[in-house]
Design a protein around this ligand. Structure first.
Ligand SMILES: *Cc1c(COP(=O)(O)O)cnc(C)c1O
Length: 392
């Protein structure tokens, strides 16, 4: 049987980036504000245009983008910010970092915000962060309707949703701010990096200054100079800038984005259809307005005991396939009960039940359909062997 593809390797950097990296290294022009026409400013303009947003600010990570978004909203100290109970630990961390308090919202078996719990908790919060975890878009019509009616700003954590659309609109442009990641396991790989987009001139001006545009460096941002003057010397500088090398790595990948989105969706849907034939597996569907851009697949096991679940992942691992179950792997950063840094962390029983059975497998866009067949077959074989062993 042919070997399983390497699922953990990141996307290689296109050759087109190498010449620019070489130029930057030879000039030492690594700081975004050293010269005009910085690759970071070009990336911001290109990214904003590609997504259909007015403004973009590139920073050192998506976590930094989330933190700056909260700071730029000017929330009072200890304000409550609602976040999904199913998200990456960086999200509650960014809220704590911004001197606010996370309030967790239950998520359902389809990995999305539980709207009943959301509506119930909304009156307590000053802002909302929606993590579209693993690219699964929560019902943004319902969420924006509730939040707009209550005048509560929404930050989209779109770290895993670059290229996803909702009713034809890009994810990250539905809320007041959208935040993306360039960490190696996201669709565009610079090792580290992030970017926020918004149409709000005043918000982006504050975020630009706080990101580290000290003195008059904001003049090197090719947009909206009027909004800056009012904030001169009035905001702390957190220095979360992106360096020019990282921007040079991302820019040519932006051109490859649509291709990666198309191939990622093809790979995901192919594996999803194969897994759907198994009686022990459910693969949640996309919501009707959602066009996904997945680079991984999630599916739920059901009618299996904890022992059977462990036996299944052990068998898959022995065959060379690492399957993460968010709520069973030790110290998993996406399991809310591991966020021991929170002052209050009440149980979220719905989300807990989902996390105990939700499997996660990377499916990078570069895989061929033959690779995808192998991945699906390895999963199905491991399930069959587990469930046969328990019948006999
Ligand atoms: C990766 C990720 C982040 C954090 O991104 P960094 O750039 O590593 O800070 C935040 N939210 C989600 C959903 C992520 O997947």
């Amino acid at each position: 049987m042919p070997n399983l593809p390497n699922l953990t390797a990141a996307e290689p950097i296109p050759d087109a980036a190498l010449e620019e990296v070489d130029r930057i290294l030879r000039t030492g022009d690594l700081f975004r504000y050293t010269s005009d026409g910085s690759p970071v400013a070009l990336l911001e303009a290109e990214f904003a245009q590609a997504l259909g947003a007015k403004y973009a600010l590139a920073v050192s990570s998506c976590s930094a983008a989330l933190f700056l978004s909260l700071k730029a909203l000017g929330l009072p100290r200890n304000a409550k910010v609602m976040i999904p109970a199913f998200t990456f630990a960086a999200v509650p961390s960014s809220v704590v970092h911004a001197d606010c308090t996370p309030l967790l919202c239950e998520c359902g078996n389809d990995y999305r915000i539980d709207l009943g719990d959301f509506e119930k908790k909304l009156p307590q919060v000053a802002a909302v962060i929606i993590s579209h975890m693993r690219g699964h878009t929560s019902d943004m019509d319902a969420i924006m309707g509730l939040c707009d009616a209550a005048d509560i700003p929404v930050i989209e954590d779109a770290a895993h949703s670059l290229g996803t659309t909702w009713d034809g609109r890009n994810i990250g442009t539905l809320g007041k701010v959208g935040c993306f990641s360039f960490q190696s396991y996201k669709l565009l790989n610079a090792g580290e990096g992030g970017i926020l987009i918004t149409d709000d001139e005043d918000l982006v001006a504050r975020a630009v200054i706080m990101s580290g545009a000290y003195e008059h460096n904001w003049q090197k941002h090719p947009v909206l100079h009027d909004a800056f003057a009012a904030w001169q010397n009035k905001l702390p500088l957190y220095n979360l800038r992106l360096n020019t090398l990282s921007a040079a790595l991302i820019r040519p990948q932006l051109e490859a984005l649509q291709d990666r989105v198309t191939k990622g969706r093809r790979n995901h849907d192919h594996v999803a259809a194969l897994l759907a034939t198994c009686p022990w597996i459910t693969v949640p569907n996309a919501l009707p307005p959602e066009q996904r851009a997945p680079d991984s697949i999630q599916f739920n096991l059901h009618d299996m005991t904890d022992l059977q679940v462990d036996s299944f992942t052990d068998r898959a691992a022995a065959a060379g396939l690492n399957i993460q179950i968010f709520g069973r792997s030790k110290n998993n950063a996406r399991a809310f009960w591991n966020w021991g840094f929170l002052d209050e962390n009440p149980d979220q029983p719905k989300t807990r039940a989902m996390l105990k059975r939700a499997c996660d497998v990377r499916l990078p866009a570069r895989l061929s359909l033959d690779d995808c067949d192998l991945v699906a077959q390895t999963i199905l074989d491991a399930i069959d062997a587990t469930m046969e062993a328990c019948v006999s």
